[in-house]
Design a protein around this ligand. Structure first.
Ligand code: GPQ
Length: 828
């Protein structure tokens, strides 16, 4: 419908890919001089980063447009990944790699007097997530694009990401992460996409002219959702998908009543409150806290996303029953579960679809991923709060529950207790809405994130639902990580070495090709190169530690790393108790014994939720031990302890490639999967871990000789906890010595650690004492084996060679095939 003369002009001047370095430079300078209104005389690293990223962004947008056009004309089923967290980290290096313009930009800026590394450092992390769950979403959208699936992410555009962490006097101190100070080149504001969202109000029903009962929801508070689009470039493909993040704004409707009453100021103030909805990320990991603003965030984001998805579907003029043939929606945890209710509401209240037909559409559309079995993490909203905020949704939930319970009663007429157990409404006071149950009932597939975890949800928290629905509704998709960021970007040298044996960089798209390096596991030359790269990465981390913690680190020591959110179930306390045990042992050593000991650098990092007292105490203890040990001249190089402040994605990219050993030591049955375990092994570090989460599958893939496992198994945890509750279990003797050292003030005021110690001497819910001896034994093995370079390095190489399974591309293929029923669309 565009006249051919116009079309020709469009095509003639359309923005093209960079033909080479000079075209990049031309664009770079244009952005410095026009977009930034600067010149060669006042272009610092920040301005250069901004200009370079603008130039790259322009190219991403071209590919983005092309992809969206293609996907629209192909008119095939899309997946929408709904996640309250996308822990993206930095975008620039990833964009250059995926678009294949790394060399052009690098030499392009070099000619102009800049180092690409310095420019990359200017970018703030997009830290819109807490930990594993948010990073998984980021890896997944990278893989969806890289494997050419049509798929979008939907999330919130928080103005403040996860807080920044400083350590003051050994304690965590939080400060706000305002990451949007300088405009964000990686987002495209879509001010024209504005969606009205309502809260509160009341419901009413009436009978229309056709004699049909119609439900309406009205009289509530309105806010507006504005879309910001973040292009997600695939690797080695033109496919560039979309991550749409919603920001809240006041509606155009001014509060005229107040305005007319002369209360202009307060009416403006009221309308500004709308912006608080998307202002800040809740900083809890694996923990539910029932704040109204959080439920508001959830509904705001879900309603905006569904409105968008439904609008797109309606443009195709298909009958409603074909909705699930066009749309798959994945619920990343229970946070977006309201989407189930919102879609049912749209269909029955707004579109006039009958209940049963609508419910069929809903359940065929959604899939639900569970990420934890920890009871304190399961979302349950108080009914009064829910009813007040979303009155119509509450009515629909009651209806969903009624039909569900009627079905269950028919199936199991004799099991009276069952109804109460599986009801969406928990009969506590106040009553609570169990979001996980709603998510299960509203989805056609429910998956866990590693084999053990997927088994555990079937036998524990969701057992009754397996009885009701049968086992086929429940499945496993083991997590994965993107090799683009976690191998190429974090460890370019290792990547080059691997490529020299694989014959290409194709392993970045097909990670199973890593197998090709296995024959070189004992090749002395390959081993030497392997070791050199590890040393280089350790030196890079050592430089960081020197800068942040002020200490010189011996890069020949064994680097022992535990970086992840601080949580009792992840057992950083066990690690630091182990460090204290090591310290006491070194103090008791003769000079001869010291010569035999393996020097270690113990590295910790991670944030505690701001209100999590025990986790904050653990951070304090780590820092207290660090201070004492690092200053003790008896110890020398044999032991150093560091807490690296403000662990985030960009720091992970430096820390992960530098580990010899990383610790993944959760109490068995508590860590759903873990994903950093995969990152460390992919970068040639070995794992010291428990038989938990994905550690089990990593062991199966890399071989049990290439991992250090210890501790009780998940199946014995319940019995052990029972013993602690009902009898006197003696404290592990080595742990007792550690506690004595703390209690006599070796690490400062012992009063600080009273509750931490009694959490172990008391009920020891996380079984620190039960696993301590086995942990120390495993550590001893690590010390011994590290001395034998050939075995250590060959294990490292063999492990990497067998990590292909843990690519998030594989995980996405599994979701696409068994949950979403979508197919890739080639970009030709
Ligand atoms: N996970 Cl429920 C989080 O990072 N935050 C959460 O609130 C919940 C789970 C993690 C989980 O602890 C890890 O074991 C997983 O590897 C990760 O989700 C991704 O599935």
């Amino acid at each position: 419908s565009i006249p051919s003369e116009s079309r020709q002009v469009w095509q003639k001047f359309g923005v093209k890919e960079f033909g080479g370095k000079e075209e990049f430079q031309q664009e770079f300078i244009r952005h410095v001089e026009t977009t930034l209104a600067r010149s060669m005389y006042n272009c610092d690293d920040l301005a250069a980063y901004q200009a370079a990223s603008q130039a790259i962004r322009d190219r991403l947008i071209v590919a983005w447009n092309k992809t969206q056009q293609k996907h629209t004309t192909k008119d095939r089923k899309r997946v929408y990944y709904l996640s309250l967290e996308f822990l993206m980290g930095r975008a620039m290096d990833n964009a250059m790699l995926n678009a294949g313009i790394k060399d052009i930009t690098k030499s392009g800026v070099a000619d102009l007097g800049f180092k690409i590394e310095d420019l990359l450092e200017q970018e703030p992390d997009a830290a819109l997530g807490n930990g594993g769950l948010g990073r998984l979403a980021a890896c997944f959208i990278d893989s969806i694009a890289s494997t050419n699936y049509p798929g979008w992410g939907y999330g919130l555009r928080y103005q403040y990401g996860i807080f920044k962490q400083r350590i003051v006097d050994g304690y965590q101190v939080e400060s706000p992460d305002y990451w949007l100070t300088f405009s964000n080149p990686w987002e495209i504001p879509r001010y024209e996409i504005q969606i009205d969202i309502m809260f509160y109000g009341y419901t009413r029903k009436y009978t229309n002219d056709d004699g049909k009962v119609v439900h309406v929801w009205e009289g509530g508070e309105q806010v507006q959702a504005v879309a910001y689009d973040v292009p997600v470039p695939g690797y080695g493909t033109e496919t560039t998908n979309n991550l749409r993040l919603w920001a809240s704004k006041p509606t155009r409707e001014f509060d005229f009543e107040k305005f007319n009453a002369g209360d202009y100021e307060s009416s403006v103030r009221e309308s500004q409150k709308a912006e608080t909805i998307s202002a800040v990320l809740y900083p809890n990991d694996n923990f539910y806290s029932g704040k109204e603003l959080r439920l508001k965030q959830q509904y705001f984001w879900v309603a905006a996303s569904l409105n968008d998805i439904v609008r797109r579907f309606k443009k195709t003029h298909r009958p409603w029953k074909e909705f699930p043939d066009q749309v798959a929606i994945q619920l990343n945890d229970t946070h977006p579960t309201l989407a189930v209710v919102e879609l049912q509401r749209i269909l029955i209240d707004m579109e006039g679809v009958e209940w049963d037909a609508a419910w069929n559409i809903v359940t065929n559309t959604f899939g639900y991923t569970n990420h934890t079995v920890l009871p304190e993490a399961l979302e349950k909203w108080p009914v009064p709060l829910f009813t007040n905020l979303l009155p119509r949704h509450m009515e629909i939930i009651y209806e969903i529950n009624l039909f569900f319970l009627q079905k269950v009663e028919k199936m199991f007429p004799k099991e009276r207790d069952l109804l109460g157990r599986v009801s969406i409404i928990e009969e506590s006071s106040p009553q609570q809405v169990r979001m996980a149950y709603l998510a299960i009932i509203g989805s056609h597939k429910v998956n866990g994130v590693a084999e053990l975890h997927s088994e555990l949800i079937k036998t524990t928290i969701f057992k009754d639902f397996v009885t009701i629905y049968g086992p086929d509704k429940f499945m496993n998709v083991t997590n994965g990580i993107t090799p683009r960021r976690w191998l190429h970007q974090a460890n370019p040298k290792l990547c080059d070495l691997i490529a020299s044996k694989v014959g290409s960089y194709d392993f970045l798209k097909d990670l199973n090709l890593l197998k090709k390096i296995e024959p070189f596991a004992h090749d002395p030359k390959f081993q030497d190169e392997w070791v050199t790269i590890k040393k280089f990465n350790k030196a890079r981390l050592a430089a960081h530690i020197k800068q942040s913690n002020g200490y010189d680190v011996n890069v020949n020591a064994l680097f022992d790393v535990q970086v992840k959110r601080i949580h009792e179930y992840k057992r950083q306390q066990m690690n630091i108790f182990g460090v204290i045990h090591r310290y006491l042992s070194i103090k008791a050593m003769t000079e001869e014994e010291k010569k035999e000991a393996t020097p270690r650098v113990c590295i910790f990092g991670g944030k505690s939720a701001p209100g999590y007292y025990m986790a904050k105490t653990i951070i304090k203890l780590i820092n207290a031990v660090s201070e004492v040990v690092n200053a003790d001249t008896d110890v020398g190089d044999l032991l150093k302890v560091f807490f690296i402040a403000d662990y985030n994605v960009s720091k992970a990219e430096i820390i992960v490639p530098a580990s010899d050993i990383s610790q993944h030591i959760s109490t068995a049955g508590t860590e759903a999967s873990g994903t950093s375990n995969m990152k460390f092994v992919l970068n040639g570090g070995l794992i010291l871990g428990t038989v938990d989460g994905a550690n089990i599958e990593i062991t199966r893939e890399v071989g049990e000789n290439n991992i250090f496992l210890f501790g009780h198994l998940a199946e014995s945890v319940e019995d052990l906890r029972h013993k602690h509750r009902f009898s006197d279990v003696p404290l592990d003797p080595n742990l007792e010595k550690v506690f004595n050292a703390i209690e006599i003030g070796t690490f400062g005021d012992p009063n600080i650690y009273v509750s931490l110690i009694s959490s172990v001497t008391g009920s020891d819910y996380y079984l620190v004492s039960d696993d301590f001896q086995s942990y120390l034994d495993a550590q001893k093995l690590v010390d011994q084996d590290f001395k034998n370079k050939d075995t250590w390095v060959s294990r490292s190489i063999t492990a990497v060679a067998n990590m292909g399974f843990f690519s998030s591309d594989r995980a996405i293929d599994e979701y696409a095939e068994s949950i979403w029923n979508i197919e890739p669309i080639a970009m030709d």
